[in-house]
Design a protein around this ligand. Structure first.
Ligand code: SF4
Length: 705
């Protein structure tokens, strides 16, 4: 029942990859009131603490950037200018740099929070018009190991299952994830499934005992970095139990023999010792999976953010493949995305090594297809991958990259070994920051500032972690002169003289993106805004002529997207190549989210209610380590390594293993001080195949300060 003057709308939460539906009432003063959307397939009315407080971030515009600004020299202050002046200046600098140093002298660093249409135009601009592949996003820090894992095992970056499969599974293995805090509404679904069916077996592997473990039948509290050893031991036991699916392996998979050899290299006792868990717990896990009617695995950053992230992904997916647990209800691997639209970015090819619609950048026929579609000259799309996230800032520091355009992300808090990012931005000839918040640390380095519209101030689409696309409407005007990100990019492209950006409406960008997917495995050529608004959400693929609400499950015919049509079981090394601890730096630092904050807190940090759970950063440490070091609860500690230091209060906890410590990822510079910022310490090592950083394993020392 709407009060007089109120209007009713639907949208999607812009925080995590669960993609909850929100029901919004707009009052006569233009303020928004958010509730969970009843009947939505993902959340059916529920929201977590972050989603419930979403409207405060829109209604409070006190911290917003309002006008474009530029400066003409590094020692000058920026001044407010018109959009035309800011565009002219930016285009002039980009043209000059590209002319003098070539297309690879510029780069875009964007975000998994960008809408699909925004990703699309940024990707088209740099790859199709500037002629460089220097676009990467913070999804590199989040999902890229899963992308490569899926490609290598299933042939494409395609999540095969849906959230509804959690209702059908009878065994669920949660590896390196804390969905109770980080994907709360999805975890509510698992809790409900367990309540309906107490026989549902839940196994959690995590070096920390998190809230997720409270629902688990088995918590494998592994030593950091030992996931592959654990997965191999489980695989070995499944083989020994005779529980492999011989028919699936013979008809639909390749690589089993090499895998078999690799998992028999260690005994179960040896594996248990390395992992720091009991043989009985590994055996019980293997027998649950071996006996499952429907087995699902689920993971996030504990596997992805690793120097061996791809191998960790493959070793977990292997357990689904050797048991034939894929392509039917309740069976398959489910990687969770940390960000709301990491999946949409991957659809449009918005990383430095991707092309739109899962085409392969290294495939010349694929490049030509995209060039022809975009109407750009053959050979325009560069054949070599561009710079990844960490490489971009190193290249700025080295002077080989001259300009970076940062969109909707805060690398001075979120990137590993963040002093390298500072050094890169200091050396950059030209920095553009396209942002909503006037608190972003990157602004200190910006030569140009473009104020951007935020959630509910612009329209577009997002895809959640189960391939579910939804339309997000514009409900309020952005403050000041802020513009939607896609509009800013298109205006810049036009200023550069590029022809392919004359979109009159955002829906036209979506239509172009959808048509470029035609004939691919992620074909959504049957979708447009009208259908999305009518159906509310649709799961890809959705080719032209489709009816219904899309495709909940892939590979139901067990035909995979690999060259042979067979799934690939990979034999991988179980070695962890993270940096080693030493006498000087004996602790392993792990980082991650807390329940009520989102990323670098530019939105959730504005909401007082969300600060009540945990209001400041901290170091979680085991009481036995703390006692040895003379540290008590709330003692100020200094955590240090060769890259930097932080000083935060200690939080003593039995939930972390001795030898490990944990800090949240959210805090950056506060009032000019950066000693809360965990990424002062994290390693810039990356997985060689995915280029995803090793956030979860950095060697540090700890002492009372
Ligand atoms: Fe938003 Fe994720 Fe919470 Fe759902 S679970 S309300 S998508 S933050």
């Amino acid at each position: 029942h709407l009060k007089a003057g109120f209007t009713q709308h639907q949208s999607t939460c812009c925080y995590c990859g669960v993609g909850c539906g929100v029901s919004i009432q707009k009052d006569p003063l233009g303020r928004l009131h958010v509730e969970g959307e009843k009947g939505h397939p993902v959340n059916d009315g529920k929201l977590c603490s972050k989603g419930m407080n979403l409207h405060y971030t829109v209604n409070d515009s006190s911290d917003r950037l309002l006008y474009p600004e530029i400066r003409y020299g590094k020692n000058q202050a920026r001044k407010r200018v018109s959009w035309d002046q800011a565009m002219e200046r930016t285009a002039a600098v980009f043209k000059a740099l590209i002319k003098q140093y070539g297309p690879d002298s510029v780069a875009f660093y964007a975000s998994g929070q960008c809408l699909t249409e925004e990703y699309y135009v940024i990707n088209k601009l740099i790859k199709g018009y500037i002629g460089s592949n220097n676009i990467d996003t913070n999804s590199r820090l989040c999902m890229s190991s899963a992308v490569v894992g899926y490609k290598l095992s299933l042939g494409e970056d395609s999540v095969p299952v849906s959230f509804e499969d959690l209702d059908f599974a009878d065994v669920l293995f949660v590896a390196g994830a804390n969905p109770a805090w980080c994907h709360p509404i999805l975890w509510r679904r698992v809790e409900a499934a367990k309540e309906r069916n107490p026989q549902l077996k839940i196994i959690v592997s995590d070096p920390r005992k998190t809230q997720t473990c409270e629902l688990a039948d088995i918590h494998l509290q592994v030593n950091p970095g030992t996931d592959i050893v654990l997965h191999h031991a489980i695989g070995r036991l499944i083989i020994e139990m005779g529980a492999v699916d011989q028919h699936f392996i013979q008809q639909h998979a390749e690589g089993f023999e090499a895998y078999r050899e690799s998992v028999f290299l260690r005994t179960i006792e040896e594996a248990a010792l390395i992992c720091g868990v009991s043989t009985a717990a590994i055996e019980q896990t293997a027998s649950f999976i071996a006996g499952a009617k429907a087995y699902m695995s689920m993971w996030t950053m504990g596997l992805n953010q690793s120097a061996v992230g791809v191998n960790k992904n493959l070793s977990l997916i292997n357990l689904n493949l050797i048991t034939g647990q894929i392509g039917r209800p309740g069976a398959g691997p489910l990687s969770l995305t940390g960000q709301p639209n990491a999946m949409g970015g991957r659809e449009v090819g918005g990383l430095s090594n991707l092309l739109p619609a899962h085409r392969d950048l290294l495939n010349s026929a694929h490049r030509e297809e995209v060039e022809a579609f975009w109407g750009v000259p053959s050979g325009r799309i560069a054949s070599k991958p561009g710079l990844s996230a960490t490489e971009m800032f190193s290249a700025l520091e080295a002077g080989t990259l001259k300009a970076v355009w940062i969109i909707c992300t805060n690398p001075l808090t979120s990137m590993p070994d963040v002093h390298l990012v500072e050094a890169g931005l200091k050396k950059a000839k030209f920095v553009v920051v396209q942002e909503i918040s006037n608190c972003a640390e990157t602004l200190a380095y910006a030569d140009v500032v473009f104020p951007a519209a935020a959630w509910a101030e612009k329209e577009g689409t997002m895809t959640n972690a189960e391939r579910r696309i939804s339309y997000l409407p514009k409900l309020v005007d952005a403050p000041g002169e802020a513009l939607p990100d896609a509009t800013i990019i298109c205006r810049f492209a036009q200023e550069m003289g590029y022809a392919g950006f004359n979109f009159n409406q955002t829906r036209e960008i979506y239509d172009e993106h959808a048509q470029l997917t035609a004939g691919t495995h992620i074909d959504i050529s049957g979708l447009n805004y009208t259908i999305l608004k009518e159906k509310r959400t649709v799961q890809w693929p959705y080719p032209s002529g489709s009816k219904g609400v899309g495709t909940p499950r892939l590979f139901t015919d067990h035909h995979f997207y690999t060259a042979s049509g067979k799934a690939q079981i990979h034999a991988v090394s179980d070695e962890n190549t993270s940096e080693k601890c030493s006498d000087e730096y004996p602790f392993i630092l792990n980082t991650g989210r807390i329940r009520d904050q989102w990323h670098t807190m530019s939105k959730t940090g504005k909401v007082n209610k969300l600060k009540q759970h945990l209001s400041e950063s901290f170091l979680e440490i085991h009481p036995s380590d703390a006692a040895r070091l003379g540290i008590q609860e709330a003692t100020l500690v200094e955590v240090k390594n060769k890259r930097g230091f932080v000083r935060v209060k200690a939080k003593l906890s039995q939930n972390i293993k001795p030898g490990g410590v944990f800090m949240p990822m959210h805090w950056g510079k506060i009032a000019g001080r950066d000693d809360n910022r965990v990424n002062n310490l994290t390693s810039s090592l990356v997985d060689p195949k995915s280029k995803e950083p090793d956030f979860k394993f950095s060697a540090v020392s700890v002492q009372a300060f």
